[in-house]
Design a protein around this ligand. Sequence first.
Ligand code: SME
Length: 171
Amino acid sequence: MLGEIILIKLDVIKKMTTEEKYKYMLILLEGQLSSEKDIYANISNASAIIYAIFDKLNWSGFYFVKSEELVLGPFQGLPACNRIAIGKGVCGTAVATKKIQRIDNVHDFPGHIACDSASNSEIVIPIIKDDVVYGVLDIDSYDFNTFTELEEKYLIKFVDKLNKYIDWSQL
Ligand code: SME
């Protein structure tokens, strides 16, 4: 199994309900993390799994805390800001507050950083393990109000699973 490519069956996904898709997303992530040890392979495919499963996305990826700022990690979508100050934008706010930021309309968020002008809503989940904030999972949508409590619930499970397998201090 080690090193095998995850096969995402798009025709199967199309027939699923939204919640079934999110459950399938967690199965795909478990398959990836349990079969591969390399952190960059795992987080690269983690961003790709989200991008393949969710509707209406224009960006999904990671920023990691390095030398007291956020630095871009693996992602799917258009090229994005390389660095974000902690406390700035939606991502920096998630790190500073250690709280999930679920934003229905990014244009209403003071200091939102528009890496891609197509983004209209966004969710940022801080990656916290043993009380240390290692970074964020950032997901952008070209539509408004894309992220509801349901999306938040499954993205929390997604980050919990990453935390179970990944030693972020090795990044
Ligand atoms: N919108 C984010 C910046 C990162 S991009 O969305 C990829 C923010 O305000 O922090």
